[in-house]
Design a protein around this ligand. Structure first.
Ligand code: ARG
Length: 478
């Protein structure tokens, strides 16, 4: 069962000012106002759940037949009809109609048109309220799985990139000022950790969304002798929703997905910002292949990092969708309210955005070309080993605060005369403290600095190698 990838087809509009027979028309004396009909219809966007709707109907019909509510003949006709409708939808031949309001009634009407009375019996013991909640969960389950596939690809890409650069040295930053040398592999493994938590959240949310509303009917359940376990099993749900009022009304599973999406996009946006900075002439830490960039229509020299920029921008809509869904739910009394029809567009958009951004990133990351020499040169500037000198002095018996003061004075001298600590000669350095010996240059090298941080979680090449191996196992175990 998959989402239809083609854009929703424009439903046909009815010709008159009010419109004709409805599946629920029995108690109505006048027909629906044309504008109200279009205003309240959801078929323009909920047709994306058509295949899930058909899967739900197949399972419901099979269950009803097993429980003796539908005859074997009816079931056979329903199955045949749904199969034909499914083929029409997949082929883009199905005529969606606004008059029929939503995906559920469009398909049910088409079924009855095809197979007659058996089609009218499909909705026994079911409501659009449990139907739509079921469809949406099924739809989101496959979207979540698609996002997981792309996210895993991106995580593998992080691991491969980090493994290639366990001893590539770059400046690490705080406040975007040079702080201490780190390895590029260590930096990439920070991205991995951020994104692995997103994978945890995605899977955690999937387990909670994979519960079945069907059987809740409109709100109170049904008096037919249904067997919800049969439908649950046929549709691959983990469990049934335990309370019928809750089953048809809450959309917290959609909010969780939107929240996971917003967090993941926040992470991708941060990584994007680094890639944008690093591709600038001022940093020049990495090159992105041309296929992930575009040019300028006026400035011939430009190569713009469009993919990271756009992903950074798309985090905005992910936040918007999350707020829209939270706000949609916050004042709703039990049980179903029409408000809930507004859940779909933000959710679809969050899913499309997440899957698209992850896919672009998973494709792009292995193609990043780190400029090893440029990164190393940058780490040599900005006194990145100042803390190492302070730690050295502590080793010689100074208190850390005193060591901090000594190094601070050495740095001020370096700023004045344009020299990094490692570039000063021994006489200049030792003038700042008698505790500074000839061996000081060992700790002032970038390699010495990173190698000394070899504890778990540290930036040393050896520690990063171990981190990558552990991370591969953690990812596989998930
Ligand atoms: N189109 C509706 C939705 O998206 C389907 C459920 C309608 N139920 C109802 N009682 N009007 O929520």
């Amino acid at each position: 069962m998959s989402d239809r990838s083609d854009p929703p087809k424009e439903p046909s509009a009815a010709p008159s000012a009010t419109t004709g027979a409805k599946l629920w028309g029995g108690r109505f004396e006048e027909s629906t106002d044309r504008f109200v009909e279009a205003f309240t219809a959801s078929v323009g966007f909920d047709q994306r759940m058509a295949l899930q709707d058909i899967a739900g109907s197949r399972a419901h019909a099979a269950m009803l037949q097993g429980c003796g509510v539908l005859s074997g003949e009816d079931l056979a006709a329903i199955e045949e009809g749904l199969t034909a409708i499914e083929a029409d939808i997949v082929a883009g031949r199905f005529e969606w109609s606004v008059e029929l309001e939503d995906v559920h009634m469009n398909i049910e009407a088409a079924l009855t048109a095809r197979i007659g009375d058996a089609g009218k019996r499909l909705h026994t013991g079911r409501s659009r309220n449990d139907q739509v909640a079921t469809d949406l969960r099924l739809w989101l389950r496959q979207a979540s799985d698609q996002a997981e596939t792309e996210l895993r690809r991106l995580l593998e890409g992080c691991l491969d990139l980090a493994a290639q650069h366990t001893d590539t040295i770059m400046p690490g930053f705080t406040h975007l000022q040079t702080a201490q040398p780190v390895t590029f592999g260590h930096h990439v493994m920070a991205w991995f950790e951020m994104l692995l938590r997103d994978l945890e959240r995605l899977r955690d949310g999937r387990a909670r969304l994979n519960r079945m509303p069907l059987g809740a009917a409109a709100l109170a359940g049904t008096s037919y002798p249904i067997d919800r376990e049969v439908t649950r099993d046929l549709l691959g749900f983990n469990a049934i929703c335990e309370n019928s009022l809750d089953a048809v009304s809450d959309r917290d599973f959609a909010i969780e997905f939107a929240s996971t999406t917003a967090l993941c996009l926040m992470h991708l946006s941060r990584i994007s910002e680094e890639l944008v900075l690093w591709t600038s002439a001022q940093f020049d830490f990495i090159r992105l292949p041309d296929r992930f960039c575009t040019g300028s229509s006026i400035m011939p020299q430009k190569k713009n990092p469009d993919v990271p920029e756009l992903v950074r921008g798309k985090s905005g809509r992910a936040n918007g969708n999350l707020v829209a869904l939270l706000t949609l739910m916050k004042g709703q009394p039990l049980a179903y309210n029409k408000d809930n029809q507004e859940d779909k567009e933000p959710l679809f958009d969050s899913a499309d955005t997440l899957i698209g951004c992850l896919r672009a990133f998973a494709d792009m990351l292995p193609a990043i070309d780190p400029r090893v020499e440029v990164m190393r040169d940058a780490a040599l500037k900005g006194f990145s080993t100042a803390t190492d000198l302070a730690d050295y002095l502590v080793g010689q018996g100074l208190a850390f605060r005193d060591a901090h003061e000594v190094v601070g004075r050495a740095v001020r001298h370096g700023v004045e005369c344009g020299l990094d600590l490692a570039e000063m000669d021994y006489d200049t350095l030792s003038a700042f403290s008698p505790a500074i010996g000839e061996d000081v240059f060992e700790v002032l090298t970038l390699e010495g600095s990173v190698a000394s941080r070899s504890h778990p979680g540290g930036t040393a090449p050896a520690a990063v190698q171990v981190a990558v191996e552990n991370a591969r196992q953690r990812l596989q175990a998930m």
